[in-house]
Design a protein around this ligand. Structure first.
Ligand code: ARG
Length: 588
């Protein structure tokens, strides 16, 4: 089927109301139909109230005029009632609702239009630092960014996943020097498991190197000389650097694999990639009068943000010693993504503490003319993961929590929960399910929280079978699949649109019909928690439907229609979970 999609019923009703308004009041060309789902009918429109005010009319009077016109104009609309101060309560025909179910079911995109087609969206996410282990701080950027990449990609955009690895900078001079001076360090022994231990080793070497750098002046000098050698391309130094980067990338890859994110080695475009664009970037900023000399450094003074001292905040384009830092790299990066990648939209998924940094980068990009009106740019900021004590999550000893350990813990816990519920599962199957559900639990707990909020990492709560958890949703999906297996239904059944809808069928169908609008909202607000919330509501509507409406035991043609609802629910849950980056096992 084409990517034009199925018009959601809400959109259809909104269009009918807008058209009715123009017929009733031809002078109104810009009326917002303000249509939403409602408890009293299928949809409600609040359009009459502001309009009546504008024309000094009684809202109920204008409401009845619009209502009568809407009822006449679209045969999908069965009834329009005016209530209270002029609300329109709109009820659709049962057949229009069945038709929408049938149309979504007949499309492999479930009727979702490819609204982002033709747009290139660069999503900067994950971005761990080489020679360090990925820790709990990298969890949110990795899974929020990945979910956005999936949703926006599904809507048809050409998504460029940009993993801006911290693979460059003075710290590498220090580390390489330290490794060379310590030939007995774990780096040089080869008993290491290349996937994890060599990076733990690197992480400790890094800390040791840092300690010596701070304590030993002469070592610090040798480390600085080593930075110069690295930047000048000294072959031995560059070779060592490459080794370190490669080891780290392997370890990141192991985590990405386990998390089931889309990132691949092709998406690794680290800071080092921009190294040879830094000088040109700074020159351009100076030539265009955006950056100025300040005591030998090249800086941009913000026109929008002041520091606590009331003076403009400074962005460091080039340091006094001629070196480049995090600010410089992000300037070259935004320039590259706009001028070379021709991005229409740029997203940066990092914690909210970097808000000012990105505000300044965007300001400079605007002032120098890279960033124009037609390009959308967002810092996708998120809150902190907290420990049980309500403070940023740390190990008992006060160290940073390794991401791998945290995933192991969640998987072990889910394994116990699933084994208890289903004691007969063969152990290999239990392992697979525990892995999928454990990782899913961690991801869902994160993605279901409003992005900007902090949340507490609570393995017991996140792996619970009840409540708004990943495990609950995976079970809900598996349960629908098991019913479909029972009735032997695989292909989309032929819906009879003449069947009268039960209230629970109606509710479920309208919920399913809202999926396309929901995805558009997620892409717009960059808030995956709306998708999580939707899937949870969908699972609950399905439960209410299943409790009220027998499927297997129903008479035809009701039975077939209900099977169709089960199919569309299963496929929507599966697709939604996939867009959160969460596995949807067929059995649990
Ligand atoms: N490597 C950085 C960190 O771990 C995050 C980089 C985010 N992306 C960017 N373009 N600055 O904090």
């Amino acid at each position: 089927m084409s990517s034009a999609g199925v018009v959601p019923l809400l959109g259809r009703v909104a269009a009918a109301v807008s058209e009715a308004i123009v017929r009733v009041r031809p002078e109104v060309t810009d009326a917002d139909p303000v249509v939403r789902r409602s408890d009293r009918a299928d949809f409600q429109s609040n359009a009459a109230l502001p309009l009546a005010k504008r024309f000094g009319m009684a809202p109920a009077q204008l409401g009845s005029e619009i209502a009568a016109d809407v009822e006449r104009s679209d045969n999908a609309i069965a009834d329009v009632q005016v209530s209270g101060p002029g609300f329109l309560n709109i009820t659709l025909t049962d057949s229009a609702i069945w038709e929408s179910v049938a149309a979504r079911l007949a499309d492999d995109r479930l009727g979702v239009p490819a609204t982002e087609e033709g747009r290139r969206v660069v999503i900067d996410y994950s971005a761990p630092n080489v020679a360090k282990e990925m820790h709990v701080g990298h969890l949110r950027t990795t899974i929020i960014g990945d979910s956005l990449a999936r949703v926006i990609g599904f809507l048809g955009a050409d998504v460029v996943r940009a993993n801006h690895l911290g693979d460059w900078g003075t710290q590498f001079g220090m580390l390489i020097q330290y490794i060379d001076e310590h030939p007995k360090s774990p780096w040089h022994t080869d008993e290491l498991d290349p996937n994890t231990s060599s990076v733990s080793a690197l992480d400790s070497l890094y800390k040791a190197a840092r300690a010596q750098f701070d304590a030993d002046e002469e070592f610090a000098d040798r480390a600085r000389t080593r930075v110069v050698a690295l930047q000048a391309g000294d072959p031995a130094t560059v070779a060592r650097w490459r080794e370190i980067v490669a080891e780290s990338e392997k370890a990141f890859g192991a985590i990405y694999n386990r998390l089931g994110v889309l990132l691949t080695p092709d998406d690794y475009v680290g800071e080092s990639f921009y190294n040879d664009q830094l000088a040109d970037t700074v020159t351009e900023l100076v030539d265009k009068g955006v950056a100025i000399d300040s005591d030998g450094a090249v800086v941009v003074l913000s026109e929008q943000a002041n520091g606590p001292d009331g003076k403009p905040t400074v962005l460091m384009a080039r340091k006094r010693d001629g070196g480049y830092g995090y600010d410089s790299t992000d300037l070259a990066t935004i320039r590259y993504r706009i001028s070379t990648l021709h991005a229409d939209r740029l997203l940066y998924v990092t914690d909210s503490r970097q808000a000012l940094h990105f505000q300044l980068i965007f300001e400079v990009a605007r002032r120098v003319g890279w960033l124009t009106e037609t390009i959308q740019v967002d810092h996708v900021a998120y809150g902190t993961i907290l420990g049980p004590d309500g403070r940023p999550f740390k190990t008992r000893a006060g160290g940073t929590v390794r991401l791998m350990d945290l995933l192991d813990e969640a998987v072990a816990r889910v394994r116990a929960v699933v084994a208890e519920k289903n004691p007969d599962l063969p152990s290999a199957e239990l392992d697979t399910i525990a892995e999928q559900a454990g990782i899913g639990a961690v991801k869902y707990a994160d993605l279901s929280t409003s992005r900007v909020k902090d949340y507490t990492f609570d393995p017991v709560r996140m792996t619970s079978l009840n409540g708004n958890t990943g495990v609950y949703l995976q079970y809900a999906h598996a349960r629908v699949r098991s019913i479909l297996r029972k009735v032997g239904s695989t292909t989309p059944p032929q819906i009879d649109t003449g069947v009268a809808l039960e209230p629970a069928e109606r509710e479920l169908s309208l919920m399913l019909d809202g999926y396309a609008d929901l995805l558009a909202e997620v892409a717009d607000s960059l808030e995956p928690h709306r998708l999580a919330g939707y899937l949870y509501e969908l699972a609950r509507s399905y439960t209410a439907f299943y409790d009220a409406c027998p499927v297997v035991a129903a008479q035809e043609p009701i039975r077939t229609n209900r099977i169709a609802l089960c199919q569309l629910t299963a496929r929507t849950l599966e697709l939604g979970l996939e867009q959160l980056g969460i596995a949807a096992p067929q059995r649990m």
